[in-house]
Ligand binder design. Structure first.
Ligand SMILES: Nc1ncnc2c1ncn2[C@@H]1O[C@H](COP(=O)(O)OP(=O)(O)OP(=O)(O)O)[C@@H](O)[C@H]1O
Ligand SMILES: [Mg+2]
Length: 378
């Protein structure tokens, strides 16, 4: 697969091509049919090799490659997901926005099937055709229905080739559209009544399965039919509870984003810690000291924390002195917290007046953060 060099975000199989090659070269066990790696190696791809390096030949040279941890905080969840995918049922990752459901489904597909490109992006406007197949109308009119005129969906191609298929935001689709999947997932066959003979049905090859994601905030899973629910194993992805892990993740990803854009910005740990602590306090509605704070209605996810970290670093690079400060964080947090509910502005100001102010009394970095509260007074 070719990805343009200027692609804003290459898929996981491109970003981690070297790691996947290292794992494949050091993976002697038996692989399930159509799996590119053993379940153990897929686990290592997602959770990392704990600093150990794997020897292999990469682009003609002997190399040692470390496997970086990519999904943090819940190793057992990753193992359960792998067990589900080894079985007959689909995997449904549910959770709050920004908990890395899509990331996990992409990583699983890239490691198991070699790519993560058979993806349906569910919306309220998703149609039956987008899930099954549609037609090239010029060919259809010229030749009538034929395999040549058929335009397969990602799911169709996944069934044909024994590949994992991703269904993003499945619950955004109308329930009747979701139900297209019910018989498809139990029969593991897709019927094409317009065609005849052997072309009229596609039987799923071994290796095919579905990884769906659903967000609990917008349109939850309650509208999903129980018939469809039964065809999935549900796994709930929780927000990162461990502050040290979240801090490490925000630091690593902010730095990686800066490297990608070729910018040098100093990101002091104490400033990133303020950012992560603020997110955790507002997410939980309680501070480490035990003070109760009002939770804003916006989701304070780790993905948002990374976005704020990156934006604060860009602010520091272009409008500051190349060093991230609390003021940059405060300026960027505003755009995350204040989305659609004016009440959230009050809650954020309250948090500054009660928690940030108190911490500032003995911690200079919190004091500077407190001093930048003018950015919240819009
Ligand atoms: N446990 C985690 N491990 C690794 N990254 C995480 C974790 N939690 C959150 N993230 C961050 O979230 C980003 C991915 O978010 P992703 O889009 O996959 O979330 P999502 O759960 O699919 O959200 P949404 O419901 O809005 O679609 C990662 O790039 C990373 O910055
Ligand atoms: Mg997602």
């Amino acid at each position: 697969m070719t990805t343009p060099a200027r692609s804003l975000r290459p898929p996981a199989e491109v970003t981690y091509a070297e790691e996947l090659a290292a794992l494949a070269a050091n993976d002697p066990g038996e692989r399930p049919t159509q799996w590119k790696l053993t379940p153990r190696a897929v686990r290592q791809f997602i959770l990392g090799s704990d600093g150990a390096a794997l020897s292999h030949v990469w682009q003609g040279k002997k190399t040692r490659t470390r496997i970086t941890p990519k999904f943090l905080g819940d190793d057992a969840l990753v193992e359960r997901c792998l067990v589900t995918l080894l079985g007959q049922r689909g995997l449904l990752l549910v959770g709050e926005p920004g908990t890395a459901k899509s990331l996990l489904s992409e990583l699983l597909s890239a490691a198991i099937s070699g790519h993560s490109q058979f993806t349906i992006q569910g919306t309220a406007g998703t149609t039956d055709d987008q899930i099954k197949y549609s037609w090239n109308y010029a060919l259809l009119l010229a030749e009538g229905p034929s395999p040549r005129a058929l335009v397969p969906s990602p799911l169709f191609r996944g069934m044909q080739t024994g590949t994992l298929v991703r269904f993003e935001e499945i619950t955004r689709c109308q329930p009747e559209i979701q139900d297209t999947l019910v018989s498809l997932l139990s029969d593991k066959a897709l019927h094409i009544p317009e065609l005849s003979g052997g072309d009229a049905v596609v039987f799923a090859e071994r290796g095919f399965n579905l990884i769906a994601t659903a967000n609990l905030r917008d349109r939850g899973v309650h509208e999903m039919s129980s018939a469809l629910k039964r065809r999935f194993n549900f796994e709930t992805v929780q927000p990162l509870a461990n502050k040290a892990l979240e801090l490490q993740l925000v630091k690593d990803q902010t730095e990686a984003l800066l490297r990608d854009s070729g910018l040098k910005v100093e990101c002091p740990v104490d400033v990133l810690e303020i950012l992560v602590t603020t997110f955790q306090d507002l997410r939980l509605g309680r501070t480490e000291e035990g003070t109760v704070v009002e939770k804003p209605s916006t989701v304070m996810s780790t993905a948002e924390a990374v976005a704020v970290g990156h934006a604060a670093a860009l602010d520091a690079a272009y409008f500051g002195q190349g060093r991230m400060e609390g003021a940059h964080v405060a300026r960027q947090i505003v755009g995350t917290v204040l989305k659609d509910n004016p009440e959230d502005a009050k809650k954020l100001r309250q948090y500054f007046e009660v928690v940030v102010k108190a911490r500032g009394q003995n911690q200079p970095s919190w004091q500077r953060f407190y001093e930048s509260r003018k950015w919240l007074l819009r």
